[in-house]
Design a protein around this ligand. Structure first.
Ligand SMILES: NC(=O)c1ccc[n+]([C@@H]2O[C@H](COP(=O)([O-])OP(=O)(O)OC[C@H]3O[C@@H](n4cnc5c(N)ncnc54)[C@H](O)[C@@H]3O)[C@@H](O)[C@H]2O)c1
Ligand SMILES: [Zn+2]
Length: 370
């Protein structure tokens, strides 16, 4: 059931190992990277309680010692104070240029630990061990690392590719259903942006993926990682194609800002709703058929996911305010809203040529459905 995906980036290429029970054998993959048998692990308190001892034992089998720092779980950890604590801890642990830092956790830990590794002693190598579905299919691959600023999310960071990614699909069993389905929003995104057959497979097998069928999980993670790896290999620093990964995200970022980045809307939930809106917009602009947005929404519904704006608890601002919030997105280039639209399922493209009125009308109708 074990799969390997290579991220092809010349002398910075690396493997993503995907399959069950990888933590228990982590030493097999990590030992060849080490100059001495010792690693420093950054994690969060929730993940540490559930999985840190399995990792410790998995490293021990090949004689690797580990020390660990567990930061509080949650997005607020991706900030200067926790980042400072992490970097100073790594220095106290005497991590040297030839050592390896390990990130064990979701996207918050992966982003923070990767950035810490990027700046520690001007750059040390790091290994991603993503434990959330979102981190396995998205944040652990591609080398974007960083923290949030008071001015906005992910505004401070660096490109720093990991040396290895170990995506252990068994650890997903301890995720809450809500967090899991939120990560599934990114999985659906890959089908919608570039692989209609994968979307069709998800329509047939999504329930197996969410209910814990291991073979289905490995397949969903593997296909997602392959797609991300291909796009990153083509466009590492997002000069072009990498923007396709932002399908659904322009709407999502406005909704996240409107709900105060709170528990009302998790990131992947916003991505799912955003994908449905992006297809609705594409259909109204005559780019894709009218059936496509309905099909997207039907799948999200069947998975028990948030699908429409009405599924977000509490009040939302007007369509005008949401469009203004989109304008504050860091992906805006010279004030032009950049959208990912689609000519059909699996056929997304990047464009700056979207009339504001069309966006307004999609949002107004979504806010007040007839
Ligand atoms: N670098 C990138 O390319 C990239 C891409 C997408 C998202 N991100 C970032 O990723 C972050 C979101 O990632 P996330 O959703 O993983 O958030 P997260 O790291 O906060 O994890 C979500 C919650 O799940 C818990 N958790 C993680 N694994 C678990 C497990 N196996 N069992 C039980 N609980 C577990 C965590 O403790 C946390 O409470 C955001 O900060 C986002 O900006 C980065
Ligand atoms: Zn995302």
């Amino acid at each position: 059931m074990h799969q390997t995906v290579q991220v092809e980036l010349g002398d910075r290429s690396y493997d993503v190992e995907i399959g069950p029970d990888l933590l228990a054998r982590a030493g097999d993959w990590i030992a060849p990277l080490l100059a001495r048998p010792k690693v420093a692990v950054l994690t969060d308190e929730s993940v540490a309680d559930l999985h840190l001892e399995t990792l410790r034992a998995g490293l021990k089998t090949t004689g690797i010692e580990m020390s660990a720092l567990a930061l509080p779980a949650g997005e607020a950890t991706k900030s200067w104070p926790h980042f400072e604590r992490a970097v100073e801890w790594l220095l106290t642990e005497k991590v040297e240029r030839s050592d390896v830092v390990v990130a064990l956790g979701g996207g918050v830990i992966g982003d923070l630990a990767g950035f810490a590794a990027a700046v520690l002693r001007r750059g040390v190598r790091f290994v991603q061990i993503p434990t959330s579905l979102l981190a396995q299919v998205d944040s652990s691959v591609g080398g974007k690392t960083g923290i949030n600023a008071p001015q906005g999310k992910n505004l401070i960071g660096a490109f720093h590719q990991p040396s290895l990614v170990l995506a252990d699909t068994s650890v997903l069993q301890t995720m809450s259903q809500r967090d899991f389905l939120s990560g599934y929003g990114e999985v659906v995104k890959y089908g919608l942006l570039g692989d209609a057959d994968f979307f069709e497979w998800l329509e047939a097998n999504g329930r197996s993926v969410s209910s814990g069928d291991m073979a289905a999980r490995v397949r969903a993670v593997t296909r997602s990682v392959q797609m991300k790896a291909d796009i990153v290999a083509r466009d590492e620093t997002e000069q072009g194609d990498r923007a396709l990964l932002n399908l659904g995200h322009t709407f999502c970022h406005a909704l996240e800002a409107a709900t105060g980045y709170s528990d009302r809307l998790l990131h992947g939930e916003g991505v799912a709703i955003g994908c449905a809106l992006a297809f609705e917009l594409s259909s109204r602009l005559g780019l894709c058929s009218q059936e496509d947005p309905s099909r997207v929404r039907a799948h999200l519904r069947a998975m028990g996911m948030k699908t429409d704006l009405a599924d977000i608890p509490g009040e939302l601002p007007s369509a005008e305010v949401l469009v203004d919030l989109m304008g504050q997105d860091k992906k805006v280039v010279d004030g032009q809203l950049r959208f990912i639209l689609a000519r059909g399922i699996g056929q997304a493209f990047v464009t700056s040529d979207v009339p504001k009125d069309a966006v307004l009308s999609v949002l107004s109708d979504a806010l007040a459905p007839v």
